[in-house]
Design a protein around this ligand. Structure first.
Ligand code: ASP
Length: 293
């Protein structure tokens, strides 16, 4: 009994539905949805699921919701097409898989996990990723104009908002995992790839920390934000909360805004952001699900 309690007390979870502007009309549905997704993640972790399975399952729920700029909620790029990016990483084994500029598949995070498990590579992009996704029987989007919620966005990328999804989890064995999935910046140039699918920029997990980022991807790439959190913890012995804050500050210095969720090998997650808001949910010390925007 004691052993079970100790193991359950290891578990931790945080998720985000993107950083950006506070849109009051969208908040209620997002808050309710984030709460229910976190509750499902909590149950999975309590039942002994691995952190890797939890981050994938929850990322799929977030992609399917149509409430965030990921999966179904992705907006068209400047060519009117839907190109999605995702990454999933297992901190215990350092296995990682990613897809970039993927068209025609509902769950980029599923394809990313297939890349991780069924190829010798880390990332597949564009046509090659799509051929691979078909071979792996990943669910296709048959009719983009019926499936995706947002159509005909004509604004320029620099005017536009963010809204990626991400999940970090620690399981009963203390293993960490992270997943990030996005439709990218609304109205982005065709072929543009942001930080979300790049291990070390928008997603990272190792034995110390699991990180998922959201915000203006170009700046997270320049600052290597996700890996920077881990590096600060490893080399400067900076505690998690201060490491995440400092990494985000360095990204901000490059000119961008956004936020991170980060979870260490012990304790609670930290979720700093420099944007007006960041949709997020987590399990607190008492095992209660919290949501904030
Ligand atoms: N970081 C994502 C990107 O630049 C956008 C976001 O977080 O919403 O593609």
């Amino acid at each position: 009994m004691k052993n079970i309690k100790t193991k359950q007390s290891n578990i931790a979870l945080a998720l985000h539905g993107g950083a950006g502007k506070y849109v009051k009309s969208e908040q209620d549905a997002q808050i309710e949805h984030l709460h229910s997704v976190a509750a499902q993640g909590h149950c999975m972790l309590m039942d002994g699921s691995t952190a890797l399975d939890v981050v994938e399952a929850l990322a799929i729920l977030l992609e399917d919701a149509g409430l965030y700029v990921a999966g179904k909620g992705t907006g068209p790029n400047s060519a009117g097409e839907y190109e999605l990016d995702a990454c999933i990483m297992d901190g215990h084994s350092r296995s990682v898989g990613a897809v970039a500029a993927l068209k025609g598949y509902k769950n980029p995070v599923r394809v990313a996990r297939c890349v991780m498990e069924h190829t010798p590579h880390v990332m597949l992009a564009g046509r090659g990723a799509e051929t691979f996704a078909a071979l792996q029987n990943c669910a296709p989007v048959e009719k983009p104009l019926e499936y995706y919620i947002l159509h005909g966005v004509t604004r320029l990328p620099h005017e536009l908002d963010t809204g990626t999804i991400g999940v970090v989890a620690r399981d009963s064995q203390g293993r960490l995992a992270a997943a990030t999935s996005t439709g990218g910046l609304l109205g982005k140039m065709a072929g543009r790839v942001g930080d979300s699918p790049l291990p070390g920029a928008g997603c990272w997990a190792d034995e110390r920390v699991a990180v998922s980022c959201t915000g203006q991807g170009e700046f997270f790439i320049k600052a290597a934000t996700a890996a920077d959190v881990s590096a600060r913890m490893a080399y400067a012995k900076t505690p998690l909360k201060a490491a995440a804050k400092a990494a985000l500050k360095d990204m901000q210095k490059q000119g961008g805004y956004g936020g991170v969720i980060a979870l260490g090998s012990t304790g609670q997650p930290t979720m700093p952001f420099t944007s007006q808001g960041m949709r997020r949910a987590w399990i607190d010390k008492a095992g209660t699900i919290k949501v904030d925007v």
